[in-house]
Write a protein that binds this ligand. Structure first.
Ligand SMILES: NC(=O)c1ccc[n+]([C@@H]2O[C@H](COP(=O)([O-])OP(=O)(O)OC[C@H]3O[C@@H](n4cnc5c(N)ncnc54)[C@H](O)[C@@H]3O)[C@@H](O)[C@H]2O)c1
Length: 316
């Protein structure tokens, strides 16, 4: 913290959310549902104008009884943020230079705030590089949709004050989330390292001609995908036996991809303009309406699974 300025208790203070896009508006809604006064910094006028409606839509999906107990406002300029802000959540585009400049500017305008970046993969130390007082910068990696997915990874940067980490974890518990402390500042943290290890292997299988793209998803959805929300890889290794796990690793590891660059099959698709749902074709075909259908399937499944895993979850 700046010399002579006491940090405000996170549970009480105003919150600023930087960027009111896909992640930012929903994170703002969660804080507001728990009574916080939230100000979103959003440079795009149309995004600011649609904010209230989008926040209402998130509140409507929170567990029964949730309502907007706090407030959400939008501003267009960093100078308009409240100097007494206790917590800043940065949810601006995934661009390292942009995030660095934004955090440096916000650190000046909000001198007592804990600053939490929602970067998906950048090291917290890299994002905080231009902030003078890096002890108050931490990672909070929310998952989309943030009001439905319980996990928030709390990433401790090389200079983060441990008291900041524990304060943020406590706050997230109070919001009904499942915070997990990431103790080392590694790209992709825990969740995205695991997820992209799987995606690398998925694309390597296609690249090597082992199977086609549809087969990868069929295998995952009909086997490990069914297990993973109940029994994680570590419990599963214990469950089947570590001697068996060791024997499998000894035989299969040499066959697994160790690619240090995106796989050729991915490079070729991107070069051809096959960018997935948004361009109508990726590994699969995406006709009109298919993207919305997938989004609905995902939301329905996450709601179903979180109700099973967290039957008593509530925003209160
Ligand atoms: N989309 C996901 O599934 C997901 C999941 C977890 C984390 N994240 C991370 O969250 C962050 C935001 O992602 P998103 O999907 O919400 O992006 P988005 O593009 O939907 O929203 C970003 C918003 O930031 C605004 N913005 C642009 N410049 C800004 C500035 N200088 N200051 C403040 N706001 C600015 C944009 O106008 C936009 O509204 C990224 O770092 C992303 O990697 C995304």
């Amino acid at each position: 913290m700046l010399t002579g300025s006491a940090p405000r208790p996170l549970a009480e203070g105003p919150v600023a959310v930087l960027g009111a896009g896909l992640m930012g508006h929903a994170i703002a809604a969660i804080f507001a549902a728990h009574g916080h006064r939230v100000t979103c910094l959003e440079p795009d006028g149309a995004t600011r104008e649609s904010l209230a409606e989008r926040v209402d839509a998130v509140i409507a999906q929170l567990p029964e009884g949730a309502s907007l107990r706090g407030s959400v406002a939008a501003v267009g300029d960093v100078d308009e943020l409240d100097a007494t802000t206790a917590l800043v959540v940065e949810a601006a585009p995934e661009n390292l230079d942009l995030k660095r400049q934004l955090l440096a500017a916000v650190a000046q305008c909000c001198p007592v705030a804990v600053i939490a970046t929602n970067t998906s993969v950048y090291r917290v130390g890299d994002v905080a590089a231009d902030v003078e007082d890096r002890a108050r910068v931490v990672g909070t990696h929310w998952w989309n949709p943030p009001h439905l997915i319980p996990l928030v990874e709390v990433v401790q940067g090389p200079d983060t004050d441990p008291a900041v980490v524990y304060g943020v974890i406590e706050l997230l518990y109070a919001l009904g989330k499942t915070p997990v402390h990431v103790k080392r500042d590694t790209p992709g943290f825990i969740g995205n390292r695991l997820q992209h290890a799987l995606w690398r292997e998925a694309m390597a299988l296609i690249d090597e001609g082992v199977c086609d793209a549809r087969a990868v998803d069929l295998v995952v959805r009909n086997s490990i995908g069914l297990r993973l929300s109940e029994v994680g890889p570590i419990e599963n290794a214990d469950y089947v036996g570590l001697d068996l796990t060791r024997a499998i690793h000894e035989y299969v590891f040499p066959a697994l991809s160790t690619a240090q660059r995106p796989l050729p099959v991915l490079e070729a698709a991107v070069a051809a303009g096959h960018l997935g749902a948004k361009s109508g074709r990726g590994f699969l075909e995406w006709p009109e309406g298919a993207r919305a259908a997938t989004s609905q399937r995902l939301t329905d499944r996450v709601k179903l699974l979180t109700a099973l895993v967290h039957p008593s979850s509530s925003v209160e």
